[in-house]
Unconditional design. Structure first.
Length: 335
């Protein structure tokens, strides 16, 4: 057996995850095992298996033409620091309890260093119509080579300045730029922190005015483009100066809400009952917001009205022409 790819030493922050990869070739196809030796001088190598360390260890292996194996460890702690060893062998007696294998296990090692995560203080302030986002790292013991600001996987700003402090300025109000922003400290390993711009729901109607035919199903939609997401939605209908709460239990109303979107379906639209203004209200931990949708219900014969109007106009014209022809006196008396 021989290695095609060996695991690489890595630095990781506490609570992060790490993945090591190993690939071996031989005839017959070799088996791959993972072993670990901690930094304690008295600690010896111990074999790792899938589900070890309270199910934080995952091992995936495939044996097709050659052997590949990946070990991943989630939610790292200081005890996960140490030497990880990939072992491969295709000797038939490699796992025999009494016989020693003719061919020894070949080994490839990689060190994993788990570094205590530094504390990062985040802050959002408003000044002269601008938002200032900042991140300040305490006890920066890593070499910082630059910073990045990221929003929705898009890099907004980056620099190559050292230092444990970075800031980003946004022109506009909170309501216009709410969301999750990330400040990134370029180091080994990379350090990230989230800066949240949180506001009450900025609820808007998908359409301010909706039309529906009598007997059909009406669909009204509201959404919230701001952060954080809405935790509860409600619908009301105004009528005679009173706002009535609409619920699924009523039978004619079906309300479907999912995070930042809500939908009201009204079954068998009625001109008298359903025409009017509907209010959607969204609430999160920072407050609430609402929007209005006006629903107009048309008769099923509404599509025929233009045609009936044209027919009526033609009938009136024909009648006028007929009466005029009847009453008109002839210019000459026929012989």
């Amino acid at each position: 057996a021989g290695f095609i790819k060996s695991p690489l030493s890595q630095k990781r922050l506490a609570q992060d995850s790490v993945e090591l990869y190993c690939e071996a070739i031989g005839n017959p196809i070799p088996e791959i095992q993972w072993w670990f030796e901690g930094n304690d001088p008295n600690e010896t190598y111990a074999q790792l298996w899938d589900g070890a360390r309270q199910d934080r260890v995952k091992i995936n292996a495939t044996y097709n033409l050659h052997s590949t194996s990946t070990i991943s460890i989630a939610n790292l702690t200081g005890d996960d620091s140490g030497m990880y060893e990939c072992r491969a062998s295709n000797d038939p007696d490699r796992n025999h309890l009494s016989k020693s294998p003719k061919v020894k296990w070949i080994r490839s090692q990689a060190n994993v260093f788990v570094i205590e995560r530094p504390e990062i203080t985040t802050h959002v302030s408003e000044s002269s119509g601008k938002l200032i986002l900042s991140c300040n790292m305490s006890a920066a013991h890593l070499t910082i080579t630059g910073h990045k600001w990221i929003h929705r996987e898009k890099i907004l700003e980056q620099d190559e300045n050292p230092g444990a402090f970075t800031s980003y300025t946004i022109d506009g109000k909170k309501e216009e730029h709410s969301g999750v922003y990330e400040c990134v400290f370029e180091a080994n390993p990379q350090i990230r922190a989230q800066v949240n711009i949180s506001v009450p729901p900025q609820v808007t109607a998908y359409k301010k005015s909706e039309h529906g035919n009598e007997g059909d199903t009406g669909v009204l939609t509201c959404k919230n483009p701001s952060f954080p997401a809405v935790t509860s939605w409600s619908w009301h209908k105004s009528g005679h100066g009173v706002s009535a709460l609409l619920e699924n239990a009523s039978g004619r109303y079906i309300i479907k809400s999912d995070g930042n979107k809500t939908e009201l379906r009204i079954l068998k639209l009625d001109i008298e009952q359903d025409t009017g203004d509907y209010f959607c209200n969204g609430t999160n931990s920072y407050g609430s917001g609402d929007a209005t949708v006006n629903l107009r219900v048309r008769s099923r014969l509404a599509a025929l009205w233009p045609f009936l109007g044209i027919v009526a106009e033609v009938l009136v014209l024909v009648t006028i022409i007929f009466i005029y022809e009847k009453r008109r006196k002839p210019d000459e008396v026929p012989d």
